[in-house]
Design a protein around this ligand. Structure first.
Ligand code: GDP
Length: 589
């Protein structure tokens, strides 16, 4: 008798392999055979699992295990009550590449994070707080605009203020404009930091003029705008106290507040695995107070918070709104950009994580695979060309940023398919998966050990490592461009009105007429028309001016014309022959 196995409505490939007691690679291979590229963490639905179990010839009977409704109280996302207390502003720094975002964040951090706390921190940290005039300001230290886009996509208003950095010697550039657009769209306050004021070519007035042209006008009496601008130098630290004063001033005017007496809630801003500590998640608390030992759900994972720390490594007994925290204890890695919320018991946390896992999988074909998609994949026509890639990144934030940016490259004809992704160096599994799925392996800020390089070259798998997001994205874009069918371009040449027909066979016609428009050349293609009716598409084989062969006949001239046709065309006087050429041009995305 078949063994009964209970599975959820949606189950990860890894968990299904466990339940079926087969190696996960065998399951992935079987899914692939059926046209489904699913990695170990992706989910398949019950029906797909059943089909695959049958295909594998396993003597099992799958039984559906149903899940529960959300146990979490439904809460208004942005509402604050009368009891809301003031909270530090959350600030992000954006601007064109090389205008000094990193230098400015470093200068602020070096001068204002208590010494010792900041000591030894060299790697990218997701967020930190500084104290200025005895008040706290939270800075988000983001890897770039893509990360913001990812956060925004998840529907959260994490930032209160965006500092747009513009180099005084370089002026407004495309990414400055992008930053302005972002801030406007997100409805956050803008402060402009005109940086590199120590440089010889610094011209702040020019910058202010350029910004005004882009709708960002200085709040000076003469300029009559509403955007504060501060002249700074990240190098000499000139103007940095004034910049921080300005942040506090904007915060006072805006009066940012949050409730503390509600279950803690926030957003994951970074997540990675650390040896000895497991899944380490950085989060920014939006409301409520979080404490070690609290149960927290984020996406399809949950934690009993084991350690609660500041992003500079100090143990915290509790953390309130606008505080960036580091949390350990998550069962699996939470996703960058996902909200987290504290719940009362482990039971609720587990049930909620499970429920979200199912919701996510059924709502998003990229994360999960359901039977409808399985069928679609099996029956897929050749309309959509896909570029398979495997993506490895140093931290969850970068991985999510890259994946989100890649999504925007998809068109109706070509799409990126991430067949595998993960944190850490490129490893042997990645190469095997790339080989079986004809994928290119991309690494962002990760290394490839020498032995893996050898395996990749032996298996003819391409591995491309990048340190700059947009260079990686551009490379994938190039790959997609190669998949695009070339564009067919027609160029009109000229038009002949038929005045006499000299010979008609099944495959050839010779006629005479007058060129009424453009010029006729040979070789060329042509459409033969009677009024608006298309009689056929033909190939011009000869032109004659009088008895002489001609290469070109011009408007107003009479000529003889012969064409080849695949079906008989009984041409009449008054029909038109419209000549054109057709060529193919490589397309770009
Ligand atoms: P980002 O790409 O916007 O993060 O820019 P970086 O902070 O990496 O700065 C780009 C370059 O400009 C680096 O070589 C910095 O040393 C330099 N830089 C940044 N701020 C200043 C400044 O205030 N004055 C001068 N002279 N150079 C600066």
């Amino acid at each position: 008798m078949a063994t009964k196995i209970e599975i959820e409505d949606m189950v990860t490939v890894g968990a299904l392999a466990d339940k079926l007691m087969i190696p996960v690679t065998r399951l992935i291979a079987e899914l692939m055979k059926n046209g489904v590229m699913a990695t170990v963490n992706e989910r398949v639905d019950f029906d797909t699992a059943q089909i695959i179990a049958q295909e594998l010839g396993l003597d099992v009977e799958l039984v559906r295990h149903s899940t529960t409704e959300s146990a979490l109280p439904k809460r208004e996302k942005t509402a604050t009550s009368e009891n809301a207390v003031p909270r530090p502003p959350v600030v992000a720094v954006m601007g064109h590449v090389d205008h000094g975002k990193t230098s400015l964040l470093d200068a602020i951090r070096a001068a204002h994070v208590a010494r010792g706390e900041a000591g030894g921190i060299t790697q990218h940290i997701s967020a930190y707080q500084v104290t200025h005039k005895d008040r706290l300001i939270t800075f988000l230290d983001t890897p770039g605009h893509e990360a913001f886009a990812a956060i925004r996509e998840h529907g959260a208003h994490l930032t209160d203020i965006v500092i747009i950095v513009v180099a005084a010697d370089d002026g407004v550039k495309p990414q400055t404009i992008e930053a302005i657009r972002f801030a406007r769209k997100a409805g956050v306050k803008i402060i402009v930091a005109i940086n590199k004021m120590d440089k010889e070519g610094a011209n702040p007035n020019l910058v202010k003029g350029q910004l005004a042209e882009n709708g960002v006008v200085w709040d000076d009496k003469a300029w009559k705008g509403d955007v504060p601008m501060v002249e700074v130098s990240a190098k000499t630290e000139l103007g940095i106290p004034e910049l921080l004063d300005m942040v506090l001033l904007v915060a006072d005017v805006e009066d940012f507040r949050a409730d503390e007496n509600v279950p803690a809630e926030g957003l994951i801003i970074e997540a990675h695995v650390e040896q000895g500590r497991g899944s380490v998640a950085h989060g920014l608390i939006e409301r409520g107070i979080l404490r070690p030992g609290d149960y927290v759900v984020s996406g399809s994972t949950y934690a009993k918070i084991r350690n609660l720390e500041s992003t500079t490594g100090q143990k915290l007994k509790q953390a309130g709104p606008s505080t960036p925290v580091v949390m350990t204890g998550f069962k699996t890695l939470p996703e960058f950009g996902d909200p987290f919320v504290a719940v009362k018991t482990e039971k609720i946390a587990r049930a909620e994580a499970n429920r979200i896992a199912i919701e996510k999988s059924s709502g998003n074909g990229r994360i999960g695979v359901n039977s409808t998609e399985l069928i679609r994949m099996i029956n897929r026509s050749n309309e959509l060309s896909e570029c398979n890639i495997i993506l490895k990144a140093d931290v969850q934030g970068s991985l999510t940023s890259v994946i989100d940016s890649l999504k925007s490259l998809d068109t109706e004809e070509v799409a990126v398919r991430v067949v595998g992704s993960g944190i850490g160096s490129v490893n042997e599994n990645d190469i095997h998966l790339a080989q079986s799925s004809h994928a290119i392996v991309y690494g962002f800020n990760v290394a490839m050990p020498a032995n893996i390089k050898q395996i990749a070259s032996r298996d003819k798998v391409q591995v491309r490592l990048y340190k700059i997001i947009y260079e990686l994205i551009d490379d994938v874009k190039d790959e997609l461009t190669k998949l695009l069918a070339p564009e067919v371009v027609e160029t009109d040449l000229g038009r002949l009105v038929v005045r006499g027909v000299f010979k008609t066979t099944k495959t050839e016609v010779i006629c005479g007429g007058e060129v009424t428009k453009g010029k006729l050349t040979v070789p060329a293609l042509a459409r033969v028309k009677r009024g608006d009716e298309l009689l056929g598409e033909v190939e011009i084989t000869g032109l004659k001016r009088g008895p002489q062969d001609a290469k070109e006949i011009f408007e107003g001239e009479m000529c003889g014309l012969s064409f080849k046709t695949t079906k008989r065309i009984d041409l009449l006087e008054g029909d038109h022959i419209e000549l054109f050429t057709r060529s193919t041009v490589a397309r770009t995305l």
